[in-house]
Design a protein around this ligand. Structure first.
Ligand code: CA
Length: 241
């Protein structure tokens, strides 16, 4: 992907209904995205293992396996961005998807233009994270409150030496907090977007997931504090080396 546009991105579309797949790939191709269509979870996981795509669009209702399982397994390989496509207009599913590390979700039936806008927004977020990584490669290991985070490997190590798995989305969020400790960060800053839907809970879901992984009590968080009406505050001292 170039640093100035997202249209070179490679996108894998997992959707078992041919007509919907045609609609998705048609819309994305129209905007210049490279798009490949797969119909089973296994096919997608095999493909993603051979060459990590920039983004996977994953339908939850599949013939061979649960789409949630696909999202989970994608995060275990080399993580890529994930957009969930669901016909089930069910909040629990959506929250679970985000908890598993998906970046966003879209509910069927959807406007093709909205799909393209969501895809662009996710890819831009990843590009910005990659650009800030590249401009700051010397400082790769962050130490805070006994924890260690290797930004290159997305590896989080607990004070007791335990390795903690982070999704790409969680690692990006942690990195943003570590780069600006002891400062209130708004949802917009954390998502890297100007227009954040005030009802969008994705950042809160991701934050509570990250807190749990950092053993931070959600009822009395010490590391990541919620500042009501303003955003979040990372309270630890951060040392980079
Ligand atoms: Ca389906």
């Amino acid at each position: 992907m170039s640093s100035t546009d997202t249209t070179n991105a490679s996108i894998l579309v997992l959707e078992d209904e041919a007509e919907i797949a045609r609609l998705i790939c048609g819309s994305l191709s129209e905007y210049g995205f490279r798009c490949d269509h797969l119909t089973t979870g296994r096919q997608l996981l095999d493909r993603a293992r051979r060459a990590t795509p920039d983004l996977c669009i994953v339908d939850l209702g599949l013939p061979d396996m649960d789409g949630m399982q696909v999202v989970r397994e994608l995060q275990e390989g080399s993580p890529c961005a994930v957009l969930i496509l669901t016909g089930r207009n069910d909040v629990t599913d959506r929250v679970l998807g985000l908890e598993l590390g998906a970046d966003d979700y879209i509910v069927k039936p959807f406007e093709p233009r909205e799909l393209v806008a969501r895809v662009r927004s996710i890819l831009r977020r990843y590009q910005r994270a990659a650009a800030s990584d590249a401009s700051d490669t010397a400082r790769t290991i962050a130490r805070f409150a006994g924890w260690t985070f290797d930004r290159g490997l997305h590896a989080l190590t607990a004070p007791d030496g335990r390795e903690v798995n982070l999704s790409a989305a969680e690692a990006g969020l942690l990195l943003t907090l570590l780069q600006r400790p002891n400062r209130i960060l708004s949802r917009e800053q954390l998502l890297g977007e100007r227009d954040v839907d005030p009802f969008d809970r994705s950042i809160d879901v991701r934050m509570s997931r990250l807190r749990r992984k950092l053993d931070d009590d959600p009822h009395d968080p010490k590391l990541i504090k919620t500042v009501y009406g303003a955003g979040y505050l990372f309270t630890a001292q951060v040392a980079w080396d």
